[in-house]
Design a protein around this ligand. Structure first.
Ligand code: SAH
Ligand code: CA
Length: 238
């Protein structure tokens, strides 16, 4: 356990006061309780040039708790990458639980797939290599899917977050939970536009718009949580 913790770099998204504080949280309550397959998945992802996209393990802890609290069985994942959040979900839901996992890039999913298989949870995953929006629209065409999902995690292209939200408000059951990732976008949402580094600009704009729309949406109860890169937890009210 110790070894893995040491080989994987700590990626702070800068939302906490200091790197040391983030390390403290990770080392105190996150890494010691992180299931072995998730550590392994972080390790196989660590060498990937886009490793920073992997879900923050501290945010993962809250997601696993939410999955248990809503007793999630039927779930959706939008944006798989190498599968950290997917494996976390697969490990947490019951043996007959299902995840519709959507990503237009199968190659990155295949990096994590051997770990997922070794963990014995791949039978819960229905991976769709596709753009997410048409898949969600397709799901909505089947009446049985409406109001049937317990949980969703959205972590793909930020410009489409509101489009995903509109679909998920129909797919989730009342009382179901959707978690949106990167909703503080490296802290850039609070930076003046002219001081925002170029790389953050487009994501920052999309995130600002999405956060504003979400805050005005009466269909959800929400909590904007500064874990990882910021996650927003929404519970469908009606
Ligand atoms: N949740 C993942 C990280 C996802 S990164 C983890 O824990 O590791 C974002 C992913 O979204 C990428 O793999 C990218 O291929 C995918 N993506 C981006 N735009 C998409 C779209 N329009 N439809 C489906 N997937 C998309
Ligand atoms: Ca993310």
């Amino acid at each position: 356990m110790e070894n893995n913790t040491k080989t994987t770099a700590i990626v702070s998204k800068g939302l906490l006061q200091s790197e040391e504080l983030y390390r403290y949280v990770l080392e105190t309550s996150v890494y010691p309780r992180e299931p072995e397959p998730l550590k392994e998945l972080r390790d196989v992802t660590a060498g990937h040039p886009k490793a920073v996209m992997g879900t923050a393990p501290d945010a993962g802890k809250l997601m696993a708790m939410l999955l248990k609290l809503v007793d999630a069985k039927k779930t959706i994942e939008v944006g798989v990458f190498t599968g950290y959040s997917l494996l976390l979900t697969a490990l947490t839901i019951p043996d007959d639980g299902k995840i519709i996992a959507i990503d237009m890039n199968r190659d990155s999913y295949e990096i994590g797939l051997p770990v997922i298989k070794r963990a014995g949870v791949d039978h819960k995953i229905d991976f769709r290599e596709a753009e997410a929006l048409p898949v969600l629209d397709q799901l909505l065409k089947d009446k049985e899917n409406k109001g049937s999902f317990d949980y969703a995690f959205v972590d793909a292209d930020k410009v489409n977050f509101w489009n995903y939200h509109e679909r998920l408000m129909k797919l989730l059951k009342v009382g179901g939970v959707v978690v949106y990732d990167n909703t503080l976008w490296g802290g850039s949402v609070a930076m003046p536009e002219e001081q925002t580094p170029e790389v953050f600009k487009s994501g920052r704009q999309a995130t600002l718009e999405f956060n504003k729309l979400l805050a005005g949406d009466p269909r959800v109860q929400l909590s904007h949580v500064p874990l990882g890169d910021g996650i927003t937890v929404c519970r469908r009210i009606y």
